[in-house]
Design a protein around this ligand. Structure first.
Ligand code: GTP
Length: 322
């Protein structure tokens, strides 16, 4: 997979996204990063990153590219590709800082649905910043805050310096309940850990900590994951995707999988968001050596048992085809 990896950086208003980004952009290892910023209502970002720049795309000191979101994200990313071809703006990865009020699901959905995006880019994960000091009130009042955590591959808890150990532990429990599988990091000052925004570029779903994990969580977000042996046919996978599409429709927020297909030596990566599924390609043996099947499902407003049943069905199909 030689596409340009794109990380979505989400997190509620004021959680510390820009602080982390500023830190990331100062690191030599991230010189060739393009940053897309959703400007809507984000006055602070102007000061922090683009200051007086009136151009939509700005070459930052140190070599990173900073770009304001104009129109859709897809248009902006394609504009970046054009600038790369015309002006030689070289970049090898993209971080998209979403607005603090954004639900990442429709953003991922729009990217996945765009053939042009899939030709040039691939989704390298969702990093969500959680403000330890304000998380309880964010959860109580803003549904976007729930989805931002539920869909994350990596969660960075900021402002741990502003809360007591008991408060922090309550926040950690809430976060773990919403998303038991995401990698979590506690930051005492966000700016010192910007590099954590970036996920493992292998773009695979995170390894399962347990062979089977399914959790009923608050806010009606359920997560289930399964690692299972065997090989599947393409037809079996299509059939399973049709079935879970009929069953869950838009309530299935996210699907991530690595599947071993009968026809292919290397495992196939699957991404799905709100009913739409795509495969960015195969995982080379060099980038992980995954020999089993892995699937993660995240849904909203459904029974945990439904997700478990869907995964059990897929595992049964693999056994039949093995
Ligand atoms: N004490 C403390 N302050 C932090 C930490 N991380 C960020 N801040 C502060 O929190 C405030 C908001 O940080 P930003 O980085 O602007 O947050 P943001 O998520 O980009 O905010 P929006 O643009 O509104 O979505 C700033 O004053 C930061 O200095 C942290 O870990 N500890």
């Amino acid at each position: 997979m030689s596409d340009i990896p794109v990380v979505l950086l989400t997190g509620f208003l004021g959680s510390g996204k820009t602080t982390l980004l500023n830190d990331l952009l100062r690191r030599p290892a991230f010189r060739d990063t393009a940053v897309v910023i959703n400007e809507a209502g984000d006055a602070g970002i102007d000061h922090a990153l683009i200051e007086t720049g009136s151009d939509e795309v700005l070459l930052l000191e140190g070599g990173c590219i900073c770009c304001r979101l104009k129109g859709s994200l897809n248009t902006t990313l394609n504009g970046l590709l054009r600038r790369r071809a015309l002006d030689g703006f070289a970049f090898r990865r993209v971080v998209v800082e979403t607005s603090g009020l954004a639900d990442p699901a429709p953003i991922l959905h729009a990217l996945i649905a765009d053939p042009l995006f899939n030709r040039h880019f691939s989704i390298a994960g969702v990093t969500t910043v959680v403000d330890a000091a304000n998380f309880p009130s964010t959860l109580a009042h803003h549904a976007e805050g729930v989805t931002q955590v539920a869909l994350a591959d990596r969660i960075l808890v900021t402002k741990t310096d502003l809360v007591s150990p008991a408060q922090l532990s309550a926040v950690e429990s809430e976060v773990a309940a919403l998303n038991p599988l995401a990698e979590r990091h506690l930051l005492s000052h966000a700016g010192h850990n910007g590099g954590l925004i970036w996920l493992d570029p292998r773009q695979e779903p995170r390894p399962m900590r347990r062979r089977f994990a399914a959790t009923a969580v608050s806010h009606a977000v359920a997560t289930a994951s399964l690692a299972f042996p065997g090989r599947l046919t393409r037809e079996a996978v299509d059939d399973w995707l049709d079935r879970i599409g009929d069953l869950f429709g838009g309530t299935l927020l996210r699907l991530k999988g690595i599947l071993q297909l009968e026809e292919l030596a290397e495992p196939v990566v699957l991404h799905g968001v709100q009913g739409l599924v795509y495969s960015p390609g195969t995982l080379s043996a060099a980038s992980g050596g995954v020999t089993e099947n892995r699937m993660v499902l995240i849904g909203r407003g459904m029974e945990e048992q439904d997700l478990q049943d869907a995964l059990t069905l897929l595992a049964a199909m693999a056994r039949l085809a093995a």
